[in-house]
Design a protein around this ligand. Structure first.
Ligand SMILES: NC(=O)c1ccc[n+]([C@@H]2O[C@H](COP(=O)([O-])OP(=O)(O)OC[C@H]3O[C@@H](n4cnc5c(N)ncnc54)[C@H](OP(=O)(O)O)[C@@H]3O)[C@@H](O)[C@H]2O)c1
Length: 325
């Protein structure tokens, strides 16, 4: 009995130490930049770390476009951000990354309305537990997390080039490292394929590795321009994202409330990468906890990044005049 009490006490003490360690390790973005006169697009910003990112930019006086798929949720987010910041230059525009038409409509509208874009945050993402395909012929999660942002970036690049110093921030994940060595020809596997076993977790990991490979190749192509791009792991965060996992939901929720980062903590690296003066001219790098970290070993092959780019141009039906060279 005494042994059981001692064991429980040790567990509780270790748990509290771990919590204190996690909380003390989280870095703040440390940027005191004013964004008056700047324009930002943040995808998936009605909730989670995208919402906090949009809120942070709005507090700094930025014009922020919440690029979201759900009108009701996005309008509620705009209302909250305007109320908290008194910045009326916070607006919602519809964007569903799982539809190339929606992306083209969004970009067409943006390019007509705005003279420049200073910050593009490709934040939206999720894990898809159903093996569904979009009307564009891609797995929903592959398109939402990777191919959609690939197309969106192409279509907004001219406006980013009109900025004094444009930044593209691609929110990836440590999951990209766990993807292992992926076969690019196998990424958009259809269930009808003979070997078409669908693993939602592996698909998610693959898309996050794609975000990183995309950043590396894009940085090369943007070399010598005024636009930079970087990618990041935001941490393990207590957002809706993990609640989409259909198993162990209660356990994840319980652990999440205690050990995961809050959305405010989880948004710090995105804000740092988007704003830090220290990153002027820095491109093609990976960040975690507001500092640069070494590139994951499975993302280091330049041929892979190049090959993924070529495949993605085909997936997204990028026109000749839209290609980034
Ligand atoms: N949470 C974590 O632990 C964690 C860890 C590593 C990386 N990340 C990455 O961080 C990013 C943000 O995640 P989060 O944790 O803030 O999750 P979240 O709270 O679930 O937010 C995800 C956002 O993406 C939007 N979205 C999903 N599908 C979309 C689509 N087809 N078109 C447009 N928007 C879409 C969602 O819109 P709805 O509200 O309409 O669904 C929501 O606004 C994701 O890229 C995720 O992979 C998260």
């Amino acid at each position: 009995m005494v042994d059981l009490i001692s064991f429980s006490l040790v567990l509780i003490i270790l748990g509290v130490i771990l919590k204190i360690y996690i909380k003390l390790s989280v870095k703040h973005n440390g940027c005191y930049k004013c964004l008056v006169g700047k324009t930002a697009v943040v995808t998936g910003s009605n909730t989670g770390i995208g919402y906090i990112t949009a809120l942070d930019f709005a507090k700094r006086g930025c014009k922020v476009i919440l690029a979201c798929r759900n009108k009701v949720k996005a309008e509620a987010a705009v209302f909250e951000i305007q109320k908290e910041t008194n910045n009326k230059n916070v607006i919602y525009k519809h964007l569903d990354l799982s539809s190339f038409k929606s992306i083209r409509d969004f970009a067409g509208d943006f390019n007509q309305m705005e003279s420049k874009l200073d910050i593009l945050v490709n934040n939206a993402g999720g894990i898809g537990f159903e093996n569904k395909f979009t009307d564009d012929g891609l797995q929903v999660i592959l398109q939402t997390n990777y191919a959609g942002p690939f197309l969106l970036t192409h279509l907004l690049l001219d406006k980013l080039k009109k900025s004094e110093s444009g930044r593209i921030v691609n929110v990836a994940a440590l999951a990209g490292r766990l993807a292992g060595n992926i076969d690019l020809n196998d990424l958009n596997k259809h269930p009808k394929d003979a070997t078409g076993f669908y693993s939602p977790v592996q698909t998610y990991k693959n898309t996050k590795l794609c975000n990183i490979l995309f950043t590396i190749e894009l940085a090369k192509k943007l070399y010598g321009t005024n636009v930079t791009t970087n990618t990041l792991h935001p941490g393990i965060i207590d957002t809706n994202f993990l609640l989409t996992i259909p198993f162990f939901r209660k356990l994840i929720q319980f652990i999440g409330k205690f050990y995961f980062l809050t959305p405010l903590e989880g948004a710090q690296t995105t804000i740092y990468v988007a704003l830090s003066n220290d990153l002027e001219g820095v491109s093609g790098k990976l960040f975690d906890n507001c500092r640069e970290v070494g590139m994951y070993s499975n993302a280091k092959d330049p041929n892979m990044a190049k090959k993924l780019w070529e495949i993605s141009e085909k997936w997204c039906k990028i026109e000749e005049n839209e290609k980034i060279r």
